[in-house]
Structures are given as structure tokens and as C-alpha cells.
Write a protein that binds this ligand. Structure first.
Ligand SMILES: NC(=O)c1ccc[n+]([C@@H]2O[C@H](COP(=O)([O-])OP(=O)(O)OC[C@H]3O[C@@H](n4cnc5c(N)ncnc54)[C@H](O)[C@@H]3O)[C@@H](O)[C@H]2O)c1
Length: 389
């Protein structure tokens, strides 16, 4: 039995607390660790790092007690803990701009590194971080959680079964209304740094890395991008109740053309109200059938079931377009997407299995965000073939 000591930085944040600590790490501890393919058990021992002792203590004592019946270690001495020879893995889910410093310290000390996306706010730094991890010879990985969403796994299954025939196009709608905080009882549900460019915020920086690995894994390599992004709402209210100027894009509209000719359109917006199935819906249209995936569900319509509409605004629409779709059944018990990827990384660290979702792999996501920003600024298509991996 092997025990891995994991230093977790940025764990008091939204992602750090909910997805990584509670739904992944504590859930893995509660289930008794992770099994390797040889049947050995990997146990984990986290230590929570950050600046705010009170928040860390709450997580390490109250939350951990509630979830696993015992407390965790915590510390505000981040540098000292990262230098501790007992630490095997350094994890970072702090705000994007802080990532490089944590990853560098961990690489220099020979620790395995796992971190949130994006790995950096620009492609130059992203490449440097991947280079440094490779030069240090440390195992490393980046969160690419959407690949394990039930809806996306169902789409991949349909693709592998040849359901679509020839895939023609992909249309994704992502987003929801993020309150500005100006109205009473409608506080913002995302951190304020997300809306400040100078603090590493912005829709393209945040979401294009997700779209890059999603498209690459399901549909093919991106050849070029045409993007337009805007800052729709100029002012929001921060965590302390003070107004601040929004300097980052809060909506982005992109066309990605793949090497294989598939056209992918991705709309991403924090200033839209939903009239669709889920916060993210991905529609795939193929010659033999179409599918619409949300986070968990996936609906399909094949060629034989495709209705024959005619354009006639003079009568009420006679076809109920929603009724011609069939909901796919669950084909397995879908575990939390972040937890699945954590388990794969833990096994990889003890030498059990590959982990292709490395920092090098994460560079491509940052390059796509950079290309999107260039396209938007210069109002032109930007080719990715020169930087493709
Ligand atoms: N995989 C996903 O789906 C997903 C979703 C949202 C965010 N993210 C990524 O996760 C990261 C965190 O996002 P979030 O929404 O949880 O942000 P957040 O603002 O809620 O959390 C940020 C964390 O960083 C810490 N932090 C901030 N400044 C610090 C400093 N100077 N020193 C030490 N710690 C500091 C905060 O205390 C907090 O723990 C971002 O990189 C973001 O891109 C990923």
C-alpha cells in the first residue's frame, strides 16, 4: 500500500473546495483510496495550503469532519510545505495568474504537479512551464474535466459507434447569466477577477482551453479560428461590495475549422439567459444522425426520424421539434468528472498507466485562447497549424 502526500493550493476557491477537495479528494478518501490495475491500494493524505487560516481551518476541520469523519492538515506556510521532502504531489487551483509560481516551485523541488486549467494566461509562459516540468522530469497533468462529463462520454460513444455517419458540423452553446451584483439579493456567482483582464480574467482565456481539448478529443485538430469577443457589461460589484470596471471579455463567439473540414461554432457568454437544455449544449450534425449533449444527458435523432419541415409563418408550427428526439439511457454509473481524472493522475504517479493530459497538452488550450484574441483584435482568421502539436 502506498500513501501519496498531496499539497493542495488554492483550495479555498470555488473549484478548489467543491470539485477538487470535496467531490474528488475527500470522496476518494471516503471510498478507501484508489486501486491500481495490479489491485494495490493508493491512499492519499492532503495538506491544505493558502493565505487565510480561518478558511483553511474550516475546510480542514469542519468540512473534512463532515465528509470523512476526521480532520486534515493545513498550513499558511506554502513555500515551506512545497519544499518538504515528504510531499509527493503539488496541486494548484488558485487563480490563473498565480499558477506559474506554484508550478515552478514544485518542478524545482521534483514534485509531481497537477493543476487547474488554463495552465497560464499566455502561450509563451504556458510553453515555458511545460518545458520546465519536462526538464525537471516530473510527472505532470492539467485538469480537462469536460472529457469525463456523462453527456460528452455519450457523444464519444455515438461517434465511436459510427452513429453520425460523416460529421458535418458542431455547435456549442455555453453560458448563463452571471449577476453583476448591482441588484439586491442577486449577488455575482463568479469571482470578480474573472472580469478583469489584468487579473487573468476573460471568457476566451477561461473557456477556449476547454473547447480546444474537447474538439481535439472528439472531432479533430483545429486548423484555424475566427473569433469575436466583447465586454457586454462594463461594471460589476466585487466580493467586498465595491463597483469595479470590467476589463475582460464576458462573451466570445468563435468558429473553429478543423483539419478534416468539420466546422465548429462555439458561443460562450456570461450575459445570456438560458432557453435550452443545459449550461453547455453541444450539437453534432452528421449525414446519418444528429445528437445534442448537455452536461449529463444526450438526445439523438437519426436520418429516418428526421422531420420534413416547411416554411410557413401563416400557420402555427405543426411540428413539435423536441418530440422527434430520443434520450440516450445511462450506460454506466457516471462518477464525478474531476474525481475520475484525479484517480487516473494518482495511478499515473505510482507508475500505473499513462496520463496524456500533461502540461504540454494544456499548452494547446492557451495557444487557442491567444489565437482567439489575435483574431478578435485584428479581425481575421488565425491559423493554428504552425503551433499545432
Ligand atoms: N475546470 C473547470 O471547469 C474550471 C471552472 C472554473 C475555474 N477553473 C479554474 O480554476 C482556477 C480557480 O478558479 P475559481 O473560480 O475557483 O477562483 P476563486 O477565485 O474562487 O479561487 C481562487 C483561489 O486562489 C486563491 N488565491 C487568490 N489569490 C491568491 C494569492 N495571492 N495567494 C494565494 N492564494 C490566492 C484564493 O484564496 C482561492 O483559494 C482558475 O484558474 C480557473 O481558470 C476551472
Amino acid at each position: 500500500m502506498k500513501t501519496l502526500n498531496i499539497a493542495m493550493h488554492g483550495v479555498t476557491g470555488r473549484m478548489g473546495t467543491n470539485q477538487h477537495l470535496i467531490r474528488s479528494i475527500l470522496a476518494i478518501m471516503r471510498q478507501g483510496g484508489v486501486q491500481t490495475t495490479a489491485g494495490e491500494a493508493i491512499q492519499i493524505k492532503p495538506i491544505l495550503l493558502g493565505r487565510n487560516a480561518e478558511k483553511l481551518r474550516h475546510l480542514a476541520e469542519e468540512v473534512a469532519h463532515r465528509e470523512i469523519g476526521r480532520p486534515l492538515e493545513w498550513s499558511t506556510q506554502t513555500e515551506a510545505v512545497l519544499a518538504d521532502p515528504e510531499i509527493d504531489i503539488v496541486f494548484d487551483a488558485s487563480s490563473t495568474q498565480l499558477r506559474a509560481s506554484i508550478v515552478r516551485q514544485a518542478a524545482q523541488r521534483g514534485k509531481a504537479i497537477y493543476c487547474e486549467k488554463p495552465i497560464a494566461t499566455d502561450a509563451v509562459e504556458a510553453r515555458q512551464l511545460a518545458d520546465e516540468c519536462e526538464a525537471a522530469g516530473v510527472k505532470n497533468g492539467v485538469v480537462q474535466d469536460k472529457l469525463w462529463l456523462p453527456g460528452i462520454r455519450k457523444l464519444r460513444m455515438l461517434r465511436d459507434q459510427g452513429f453520425f455517419g460523416k460529421i458535418l458540423s458542431v455547435r456549442a452553446e455555453f453560458g448563463y447569466w452571471v449577476f453583476t451584483g448591482h441588484e439586491e439579493n442577486q449577488t455575482a456567482q463568479r469571482p470578480s477577477w474573472n472580469y478583469r483582464k489584468e487579473d487573468g480574467g476573460g471568457m476566451m482565456t477561461d473557456m477556449f482551453c476547454h473547447w480546444q481539448y474537447l474538439i481535439e478529443n472528439l472531432f479533430g485538430t483545429i486548423d484555424r479560428v475566427l473569433a469575436h469577443a466583447t465586454t457586454d457589461l462594463p461594471e460589476r460589484i466585487d466580493e467586498r461590495g465595491r463597483p469595479y470596471a470590467c476589463t475582460a471579455d464576458d462573451s466570445a463567439y468563435a468558429i473553429f475549422v478543423l483539419n478534416n473540414g468539420i466546422t465548429c461554432q462555439f458561443n460562450s457568454s456570461w450575459t445570456t439567459r438560458l432557453r435550452r437544455d443545459d449550461l453547455l449544449t453541444v450539437q453534432v450534425d452528421g449525414t446519418e444522425g444528429s445528437a445534442v449533449a448537455g452536461l449529463r444527458e444526450c438526445w439523438i435523432q437519426n436520418l429516418g426520424a428526421t422531420p420534413r419541415p416547411t416554411w410557413n409563418p401563416d400557420i402555427a408550427q405543426p411540428i413539435d421539434f423536441y418530440s422527434g428526439w430520443q434520450k440516450l439511457p445511462d450506460s454506466t454509473n457516471y462518477d464525478n468528472a474531476f474525481k475520475i481524472q484525479w484517480e487516473l493522475f494518482l495511478r499515473h504517479v505510482v507508475g500505473d498507466g499513462d496520463f496524456p493530459w500533461s502540461l504540454r497538452n494544456g499548452v494547446a488550450g492557451v495557444e487557442l485562447a491567444d489565437a482567439g484574441e489575435t483574431s478578435c483584435r485584428e479581425q481575421r482568421w488565425v491559423s493554428l497549424s504552425k503551433t499545432a502539436h
